[in-house]
Design a protein around this ligand. Structure first.
Ligand code: ADP
Ligand code: MG
Ligand code: ZN
Length: 493
């Protein structure tokens, strides 16, 4: 019998609000321990939570971006448990009435489109962070009460690779929506992985095994690559899987059991009595709707369609939004958007990367912290976007050769001078004067008896050597197509 995997993910995402979920403390990563706290987020008796409207707005916006319904009634509930880093001994979350429900995410997978249904995206709060020292432990409550969104998928994912692509697509959408910074290194996105196996062709779900608290997408993929065959081996050997929670060990690359269902928590959820239920009005929802942006996949598809770009170029502009935003207005003005894309990706981006790599090395040698590096962005360029369009136009009109255009670009990148000025100054305008090129061709033929003989003997490729010679004689200024034609005519004649 063949088995298949069934996977559902619960993804926790920190929202990038200015303040925490129920109080005015800063939602700030990296501050000294317990400096961003107050009686509310420390869970002191008698305080009252006040929901952060920006967090509600960002969760609702996420709902729209994930094609969810936004119910007109939602509420917060207490999820009760004791844990040293949860100061109130309960977490405020949305239990049976979440702010968004019933959506889906669509993404590219294995040459087609995959769709994973979203059960809900609800709002809750993050907990503090424990630190263990040699002789004691400490808790930093700066993170306690930071708005945390939980995005629960239906069990529609069927492989480790699909889980990985789903998570990346989800992250892209959240970044586009501006709801979270999604910095994995800062723990802004964490994931619980639920996985079971069942005989291919059957519908009933197998025992759900949950791998808790994964903090990297590649970790999720590796954990599933281990866990799926493990489960299949158990059932194939006649064993029985039971619902349980496992832990992923990133170093050894295995999962190990933490607890089974008998030891599952009973959270004794009940509605938060200190807060009114949420009833978004038409006006409020309309305001949130205005924040809806084009989704990453839609942007990629549109770039392919509207600018006739190959998929890899469109993918680049999907992933690098600033670069895509730089490209698009130029593409709209150009008769050759593909050429513009080539310049933006292969020259502009490459030069910026090169420059920034150099800056990074120099600045870190000066002892500057990674977070404080001063890097050059598209906004810092010395030339205006229109100059790039002008450059593409010069090549299109064959005023300058491709090789000359590279020189012009390097110069405008370094100095901000206009392409026309650089062409003039360096005398780069292409020579299309037949008489002048004829003379250079004669010279090339006279100086290269070998290639000439080869060409006459039928080796067509030998023409390139002669063309190269002409280009060199002209210092790169001869029109190469014209030089080729003239050489051919002379050698055949
Ligand atoms: P719980 O109440 O234990 O959190 P849920 O029903 O809310 O369980 O499901 C949590 C996550 O687990 C969801 O993403 C869901 O799609 C997924 N899931 C549920 N049952 C299974 C199963 N048998 N196999 C794989 N994933 C599952
Ligand atoms: Mg759950
Ligand atoms: Zn606080």
């Amino acid at each position: 019998m063949e088995y298949e995997a069934v996977i559902g993910l619960e993804t926790h995402v920190q929202l990038n609000t200015k303040s925490k979920m129920w109080c005015g403390c800063a939602n700030a990563y990296g501050a000294a321990p317990n400096t961003q706290v107050c009686p509310v987020c420390l869970g002191l008796p008698g305080v009252l939570p006040v929901p952060n409207e920006e967090a509600l707005r960002k969760t609702t916006l996420t709902g729209y971006l994930l094609n969810c319904e936004i119910p007109r009634f939602a509420k917060f509930d207490r999820k009760n448990y004791f844990y040293p880093d949860a100061p109130k001994n309960y977490q405020l979350t949305q239990y049976d009435k979440p702010t968004t429900a019933n959506g889906f995410v669509e993404f590219e997978f294995q040459g087609g489109l995959a769709r994973v249904r979203i059960t809900r995206a609800h709002l809750e709060e993050d907990v503090g962070k424990s630190f263990h020292f040699d002789r004691n432990s400490g808790v930093d409550f700066n993170r306690a009460g930071v708005p945390l969104m939980e995005i629960v998928s239906e069990p529609d994912i069927t492989s480790a690779d699909m889980a990985y692509e789903y998570l990346n697509a989800l992250k892209d959408i959240l970044l586009y929506g501006g709801v979270s910074d999604c910095d994995m290194e800062k723990g802004m996105v964490r994931c619980d992985v639920n996985v079971s196996v069942r005989p291919v062709g059957t519908q009933e779900l197998g025992a759900k095994i949950e791998i808790k608290n994964m903090n990297s997408f590649s970790g999720v993929r590796r954990a599933l690559e281990y866990e799926i065959p493990r489960q299949i081996a158990v059932v194939k050997a006649g064993g029985k899987l039971i619902q349980s929670t496992r832990r992923w060990d990133d170093t050894t690359g295995i999962t190990e059991e933490m607890r089974t269902k008998e030891h599952a928590h009973d959270y004794r959820y009940f509605p938060e009595p200190d807060m009114m239920p949420l009833a978004p009005t038409d006006e409020w929802l309309a305001e949130v709707r205005k924040l809806v942006v084009e989704l990453p996949l839609a942007r990629k598809q549109r770039f392919i369609r509207e600018y006739s770009l190959p998929a890899p170029d469109a993918e680049t502009f999907k992933n690098d939004v600033a670069l895509g935003n730089y490209f698009e207005p130029l593409a709209k003005q150009s008769s050759n958007p593909k050429a513009v894309a080539n310049w933006v990706i292969n020259n502009l981006r490459a030069k910026l990367t090169e420059l920034n790599e150099r800056e990074k090395t120099e600045q870190s040698e000066l002892g500057i912290e990674p977070a404080d590096l001063q890097l050059t962005t598209l906004a810092d360029l010395k030339f205006p976007p229109a100059a790039l369009l002008e450059l593409v136009g010069l090549v299109e009109a064959k005023t300058i050769s491709n090789a000359a255009a590279q020189q012009v670009f390097a110069e405008m990148f370094a100095t901000g001078k206009t392409p026309a000025a650089i062409v003039q100054e360096k005398g780069l305008a292409q020579v299309s004067d037949t008489g002048a090129i004829e003379k250079l061709c004669d010279e090339a033929i006279a100086a290269s008896p070998g290639p000439v003989a080869d060409y006459r003997a039928g080796k067509a490729a030998a023409l390139n050597a002669l063309k190269g010679y002409v280009m060199k004689l002209s210092k790169g200024k001869a029109n190469p197509a014209l030089a080729g034609e003239i050489l051919e005519r002379k050698l055949k004649g």
